[in-house]
Design a protein around this ligand. Structure first.
Ligand code: FCB
Length: 431
């Protein structure tokens, strides 16, 4: 039998985020962890992370030598605009070089403008809901587009807007630690305006230079299924977070809903045309059932779907859920999809080879059924600072010795490299 192949020109590589790998960043997250060290599982912070700010050349060379042809990284707003309105030329030059280094090593850069973190001055002014946030974000986006736009075509404005709003403003686990539905909705509306303003800035700068920019959010799609399909209660409980998490933000982008002006005398552009592709982050599926002891979770219990294998993070491993997400979203948004994250926490690199194989098969099956998927970026290249999970969850293809910071590729890195080199998929795990 001929092996299954990925399409010609398919983007294949890894995704990272500045705060999780760079070290040495002063932003809302570093301040939050300094004030709440107990919030981080196993202790630790991102003050060194994996020191990629200084080691990006060797690191990117390593990924290039593994035949990756794309790499997603984020630029850090707090470095680029450390004080309101003051742009740091050196920081911009640094990221310009990161993008160039991707290209030099054969990788298409995919650049995220905002991956969960914001500068301290914006956090102090009210964060995502601050009236100035969209306009500030647009100026920051324009500065990045000017500096990196001749190297980078693929952009992500905001990473997982719904996740950052809910964890920071509803569940209180992330900065700024709020538990308020009103503040959550305000943050979501602010993020939507930021995305719209940022997308317009990216597009305007690109067309000014006669270029085309690919622009999207990175949408986190949670597959939520009723634990008991026959239970009306479970079905209803699965539907509500499905709307809040998976549909509201995306539908607002796609519908081109015009948001009212936001103060500072500057109107924020409407959203129509703010996505040219869809960035999809996808990990797992969750079973939802009634739990009267969980009012903060809207009386729902979320757990791994029974019967499926689970990762070291306790998340169900469910490649079919990725295929379903691709099909549903392609129908919903009618745009090409780039998988901007998909990966598994795995302490001993035992689950990852099958996870990679089976998820890539799911992607090819979706493509064969007519979904336009442009690429797949595995989360992540190196074990890193996993937010409030600290260094306890290992998603990387490459381990990093926490004492010496030595990079130690795992067996799955070689498996992925071979897929990148040949475009061929090893056989999927039999059912
Ligand atoms: C995603 C985040 C990424 C990382 C992975 C495991 O939700 O975008 O930064 O934390 O989960």
């Amino acid at each position: 039998m001929t092996p299954r192949r990925l399409p010609e020109g398919f983007l294949l590589g890894c995704a990272t985020a500045a705060h999780q790998v760079e070290g040495g960043i002063d932003n809302d997250w570093s301040r939050w962890v300094a004030a709440h060290p107990e919030a981080v599982n196993g202790g630790g912070d991102a003050s060194i992370a994996i020191d990629q700010y200084h080691r990006y050349r060797e690191d990117l060379e390593q990924l290039g030598s593994m035949h990756h042809n794309a790499h997603r990284f984020s630029v850090e707003w707090a470095r680029i605009e450390p004080e309101r309105g003051r742009f740091d030329r050196d920081a911009l030059a640094h990221y310009e070089d990161v993008a160039r280094t991707c290209r030099r090593n054969g990788m298409e850069p995919v650049v995220t403008l905002q991956h969960f973190t914001i500068p301290v001055w914006l956090a102090e002014a009210g964060g995502f809901a601050a009236p100035e946030a969209p306009v500030r974000f647009a100026r920051y986006a324009a500065a990045c587009a000017e500096a990196l736009g001749d190297t980078a075509t693929w952009w992500v404005t905001v990473n997982e807007p719904t996740v950052v709003a809910v964890l920071g403003h509803l569940e209180g686990q992330w900065p700024p630690g709020e538990r308020s539905l009103r503040r959550t909705l305000a943050a979501l509306r602010g993020l939507l305006r930021m995305h719209a303003a940022g997308a317009q800035a990216l597009t305007t700068v690109a067309s000014h230079h006669g270029r085309h920019a690919q622009v999207s959010i990175a949408h986190h799609e949670r597959r939520l299924v009723p634990r008991d399909a026959a239970s009306r209660v479970d079905r209803t409980l699965a539907r509500l977070p499905d709307y809040l998490f998976n549909r509201w933000f995306l539908r607002s982008c796609v519908a081109g809903r015009i948001l009212p002006p936001v103060g500072h005398g500057e109107a924020v552009p409407g959203l129509a045309g703010s996505l040219t592709y869809l960035g999809l982050n996808h990990y797992t599926s969750e079973a939802v059932s009634l739990d009267l002891r969980a009012p903060g979770m809207l009386f729902a219990r979320h757990e791994a779907v029974p019967g499926l294998p689970v990762s070291s993070a306790g998340w169900a491993i469910d490649p079919l859920a990725l295929r379903t997400a691709l099909t549903v979203l392609s129908r919903e948004v009618g745009l090409p999809i780039l998988i901007t994250e998909n990966g598994v926490a795995d302490d001993h690199d035992e689950l990852r080879p099958a996870y990679l194989r089976d998820h890539l098969h799911a992607v090819v099956e979706a493509i064969e059924s007519g979904v336009d998927v442009r690429g797949y970026l595995y989360w992540t290249a190196w074990d890193n600072f996993e937010w409030v999970e600290g260094y306890t969850k290992r998603f990387g293809l490459i381990a990093v010795d926490r004492q010496t910071l030595e990079r130690l590729p795992k067996p799955s890195a070689a498996l992925f490299a071979e897929i990148c080199r040949t475009g061929e998929l090893p056989d999927a795990t039999p059912d």
